[in-house]
Write a protein that binds this ligand. Structure first.
Ligand SMILES: C[S@@+](CC[C@H](N)C(=O)[O-])C[C@H]1O[C@@H](n2cnc3c(N)ncnc32)[C@H](O)[C@@H]1O
Length: 290
């Protein structure tokens, strides 16, 4: 399995500025790349609460952070419940929160998870196996309006009705089963306006967002996270597409008690993009609570 390389790691540390004796939440812990840097930065003298929906990611993170045993805990759950999750650790407020949104390299390279249109797997796309909705259920059972709404809202596709009609005709004959079957079907009937982008990219993005209720969860996570942040505490958010970044930008702009630390979003330098192409679309925003 390919290993995730943490995005904008130095920049995250610079803006979060971890200090000994303080408490930090890595709200999307993944395999623990950023979490490890936070702990290293303080020589293991801060306390880190990791959150992730993915049981497998948590196992990898626990292994990765082993040498800091006693300075961290990782809890399986969604950051949309960040307030109740931190209470489970007998903590009320924290000094910094990091959100590194979306999926990890491990998740997209595991074909059984169904995140990739290049690897044949089931149409799943769930971060957590505890939830019920999958991409398969959406593609094969949602109405024309619901499907078009998802592709319009989460993929920002202008007129998805033609392709949605084709999807519905096809699924009547035989339901879609795999990621590559769906991606090939899209490629056959849909031309991406941007030549370099695979035609299935925005369809997969929108399905993943819908399956995991990502936009609503992000709004809730930011809101609840802000409430549990101490004065002078910092919130850092890494987003990977314009919908997410818009939510973060609007959230920061609508706070009264914030110092926005990044007037423009921080993006990756050419060298990082060369080493880690995943960083190409990253935008980092940071705010400090007044
Ligand atoms: C980009 S990865 C994080 C990588 C990590 N920062 C690192 O450096 O190793 C994003 C992680 O967020 C998790 N995730 C996505 N939505 C979540 C949510 N609402 N609550 C908790 N975890 C979530 C995914 O399962 C995935 O492991």
């Amino acid at each position: 399995m390919k290993q995730h390389i943490s995005v904008l790691e130095d920049e995250v540390i610079r803006y979060l500025s971890p200090q000994p004796g303080k408490v930090y939440v890595d709200a999307t812990c993944g395999s623990g790349g950023h979490a490890k840097r936070i702990l290293e930065e303080t020589g293991g003298r801060c306390f880190l609460i990791g959150i992730d929906k993915d049981k497998n990611a948590i196992k990898r993170a626990e292994e990765n952070l082993r040498k800091f045993s006693g300075s961290f805990t990782i809890i399986e759950g969604g950051f949309e419940e960040i307030d109740s999750i931190i209470k489970m650790t007998k903590t009320e407020t924290v000094d910094g929160i990091l959100f590194d949104l979306g999926f990890s390299t491990e998740q997209i390279s595991e074909k059984e998870r169904g995140f990739s249109f290049l690897l044949e797997g089931p149409l799943d796309m769930r971060y957590s196996k505890k939830t019920y909705l999958t991409a398969e259920k959406i593609i094969n059972h949602y109405s024309m309006q619901e499907l078009a709404g998802i592709f319009k809202e989460y993929g920002e596709l202008k007129n998805p009705y033609n392709i949605v009609k084709k999807i519905i005709e096809k699924r009547k004959k035989s339901p879609f089963k795999t990621t590559t079957e769906f991606a090939d079907f899209i490629s056959h009937f849909y031309r991406s306006p941007k030549k370099k982008i695979h035609p299935a990219t925005l369809f997969f993005q929108s399905l993943r967002i819908a399956v995991n209720n990502e936009i609503e969860n992000l709004k809730t996570g930011l809101q609840k996270g802000w409430e549990i942040l101490n004065k002078n505490g910092r919130m850092i958010v890494l987003s990977f597409h314009s919908l997410e970044d818009r939510v973060v930008k609007n959230f920061f702009r609508s706070r009264e008690n914030i110092n926005i630390l990044t007037k423009k979003p921080v993006i990756a330098q050419d060298l990082e993009i060369f080493i880690n192409p995943l960083s190409r679309s990253a935008k980092m925003r940071a705010g400090e609570k007044k």
